[in-house]
Design a protein around this ligand. Structure first.
Ligand SMILES: [Zn+2]
Length: 320
């Protein structure tokens, strides 16, 4: 059998971007399974949610957004530390870059390696990689909650930590008045989960419970279409939880019988492929996902740092 191309290295076709106006002054850009971004208008400023992988990619998004508003970007919110979400930050000229305090620590600890790893896995997302000036450093961090008064009668934007999940420091952005939730990579809608830096047990239980407790009527996940209406929101959260639960069950069963990580990968792949195999980045993510869950179940508390070299070694061991 031919070898599978490494991660998303052979995925070179551009995706269709769609800007949706979710409510007055609330925008989401989705892209057929590529990372989503958003923006919220304050009375005389903008809050942008996520920064894409490079300043050149971010400027394309800003050009679309500028067809709707020319307000300056006061806050750039980063849901977590992953390179494809943060390295475009310089394009926004934001006054404040907000993230969870753990996210800032993770950038210091492993931002450089993550950049190299993600560039190797998803080169297409790194439009003109030379435009990246360096790592992105949050200038305001918080532990539990950070509230932005949008001014006028626009209400608040609430940034909230829901527990460990996709990473150690994910946050969501919640508009209570419009009941719109930007969930980052804590929820995916019709896209596979990347769990290579995750805490599967926390994420599949308390963290997703906290996300569901907002009672959102519109949810923008990290990838995939906007979930509109309570049924679609529940389905997106439910699918994310189910994916994690199947992983926990399959990897746990293989460990129980004294099997290998390769067997755990094969069992997990077999259990997920019918439902999720056709979704974006499924084949790309699964070796890294199972590797991390194997570690988590072995008592390795914090995710090991991915490097270009370790990515290839795990791929070789599990996916080829
Ligand atoms: Zn991520």
């Amino acid at each position: 059998m031919a070898q599978k191309p490494f991660a998303s290295s052979a995925d070179l076709a551009d995706k269709q971007q769609t800007l949706e106006v979710l409510a007055d002054g609330v925008y989401a850009l989705t892209a057929e399974g590529d990372p989503n971004v958003g923006a919220i208008e304050g009375e005389d400023f903008l809050v942008c949610f996520e920064a894409l992988a490079t300043p050149v990619a971010a400027r394309e998004w800003l050009a679309l957004l500028r067809q709707h508003t020319d307000k300056p970007v006061k806050f750039l919110v980063l849901s977590h530390y992953h390179a494809v979400r943060v390295l475009g930050a310089s394009a926004f000229d934001a006054e404040v870059i907000v993230a969870h305090e753990r996210t800032r620590e993770l950038i210091a600890e492993r931002g450089k390696q993550d950049w190299e790893s993600e560039y190797g896995r998803m080169p297409r997302l790194f439009k003109e990689p030379a435009s990246i000036p360096g790592l992105t450093w949050p200038t305001a961090t918080f532990a539990d909650r950070f509230t932005i008064d949008l001014g006028g009668d626009r209400g608040d934007l609430v940034l909230q930590y829901c527990g460990r999940g996709h990473t150690e420091g994910d946050i969501v952005a919640w508009l209570p008045r419009q009941r719109i939730l930007f969930a980052g990579d804590l929820v995916e809608a019709h896209a596979a989960l990347y769990t290579g830096d995750a805490f599967h047990r926390d994420w599949s239980t308390g963290t997703l419970d906290a996300v569901a407790a907002f009672g959102a009527e519109t949810l923008v996940g990290g990838r995939g279409a906007v979930a509109s209406g309570r049924d679609a929101v529940d389905a997106a959260i439910g699918q994310t939880r189910h994916f994690l639960q199947v992983m926990l069950r399959e990897v746990g069963a293989v460990r129980q019988r004294g099997g290998t990580v390769k067997e755990a990968f094969e069992a997990t792949h077999a259990a997920l492929v019918d439902q999720y195999g056709g979704w974006p980045i499924f084949e790309h993510c699964l070796p890294f996902d199972v590797s991390r869950l194997w570690d988590e179940m072995s008592g390795i508390e914090r995710p090991r740092i991915w490097t270009g070299e370790r990515d290839r070694a795990v791929w070789q061991e599990l996916q080829d």
